[in-house]
Design a protein around this ligand. Structure first.
Ligand SMILES: NC(=O)c1ccc[n+]([C@@H]2O[C@H](COP(=O)([O-])OP(=O)(O)OC[C@H]3O[C@@H](n4cnc5c(N)ncnc54)[C@H](O)[C@@H]3O)[C@@H](O)[C@H]2O)c1
Length: 346
């Protein structure tokens, strides 16, 4: 293998182009090809000075060491299987698949071929999340008991001019809240059951406008998650974290995690504790550690390169992406059937 890991980006749309920019900024990786049938993608390949192919099947062997798969949800598994069949390590964008059943087929294929399979839950690479995980693991919160996560923002009306965004398979749970659920799983462990209520009362589309979810974790921790994509508000990771250059950090909190000794606010990393005795009569004060910086998309590409080199295991494996998807599937079932649904861990 050459010094630089050569990556192809399949699907050069909105996020695929950000992956291309991240590869450019990364250390240890370079762009090897763009795979996408559109003229726009062909132009991107030309301006990046790399080869273009309309389909993965037309990319010759040896063109790249791995593939960043940023195609539409419905073809993630098909593209992932095509990479595995050619023994190409592949990072699949989220949601990992459109159903757990078909996603499991990809995980099994990669496992039996011994080909690295990753999921593009890039927020786990954010240094803020890495720092939060360290605080929790080191016991700064005591025993984690409760958590709350919010995804509230307003998508413009013309967002829904694209028909698939109104149809089952889209919607804020599978498109957005899946990121927040994935971070909660990363920070707090496996989810074992969910309850949920959805509504489409605002727009009347087939997909939900808002939902409220209760998640029970294997540790016994309980979390509530609230999503609404029709509400002007700063309480989402998108707006609060400053992770996406499109949105300057709004300074608001979007996640709260409470333990027996202290509670943690994110993305600020503000840690709240009672001074002296742990009691509601003692003053409550907050410490704020320095805010670590780093572009999670670039850090994700760099980790993918190290995985391809055999230096590390994936931070977010295909199986992890599948298990996060399984929670979203259970949420939909819980809401439709109006009952608590157990989450199978794969
Ligand atoms: N990680 C994130 O924060 C994040 C953000 C946005 C989108 N996504 C995910 O990334 C994926 C793409 O989303 P998007 O918003 O960039 O979509 P998009 O529609 O902007 O781009 C998709 C691109 O894939 C191309 N394509 C379609 N079928 C293909 C195939 N078989 N082979 C190669 N190219 C093909 C299309 O021509 C298009 O250019 C989705 O799964 C989405 O959920 C993730």
């Amino acid at each position: 293998m050459t010094a630089l890991v050569r990556l192809a980006v399949a699907g050069a749309g909105l996020i695929g182009r950000r992956h291309i920019a991240a590869i450019r900024q990364s250390e240890g990786a370079e762009l090897a090809a763009v795979v996408d049938p559109t003229d726009g993608a062909r132009n991107v390949a030309a301006s990046e000075g790399v080869a273009w192919f309309p389909d993965l099947s037309e990319m010759p062997d040896g063109q790249c060491h791995g593939v960043l798969l940023a195609t539409p949800n419905a073809v993630h598994v098909e593209g992932g299987l095509a990479c595995v069949a050619r023994r190409l390590p592949v990072l699949v964008e989220k949601p990992f698949a459109v159903s757990v059943t078909e996603g499991l087929a990809l995980v099994k294929a990669a496992d039996s071929a011994g080909v690295p399979l990753l999921t593009g839950h890039h927020r786990r690479h954010n240094p803020l999340i890495v720092a939060a995980k360290r605080l929790i693991q080191e016991g700064a919160l005591g025993r984690p008991v409760s958590a709350h996560g919010m995804f509230w923002l307003a998508k413009p009306d013309d967002y829904f001019d694209v028909p698939w965004r109104r149809e089952p398979g889209a919607g804020p749970i599978l498109t957005n809240l899946i990121h927040d659920i994935d971070l909660m799983r990363f920070l707090l462990g496996d989810v074992v059951s969910v309850q949920a209520v959805l509504t489409n009362a605002v727009r009347g589309h087939a997909v939900e406008d808002a939902c409220s979810v209760v998640m029970e974790f294997a540790s016994g921790l309980l979390a509530t998650m609230s999503a609404a994509d029709c509400v002007p508000a700063p309480w989402s990771w998108e707006f609060a974290s400053g992770e996406n250059p499109a949105y300057p950090p709004a300074g608001a909190a979007c996640y709260m995690i409470g333990g027996t000794e202290a509670s943690l606010e994110l993305p600020s990393l503000r840690l709240w504790r009672h001074e002296g005795k742990r009691s509601w009569w003692s003053p409550l004060s907050a410490t704020v550690p320095p805010r670590p910086q780093g572009d999670p998309l670039v850090l994700q590409v760099e980790q993918f390169a190290r995985v391809i080199r055999g230096e590390e295991a994936p931070l977010v494996s295909g199986r992890e992406g599948l298990n996060t998807l399984a929670v979203t599937e259970a949420i939909r079932q819980a809401a439709l059937e109006n009952r608590r649904v157990s989450v199978a861990i794969h």
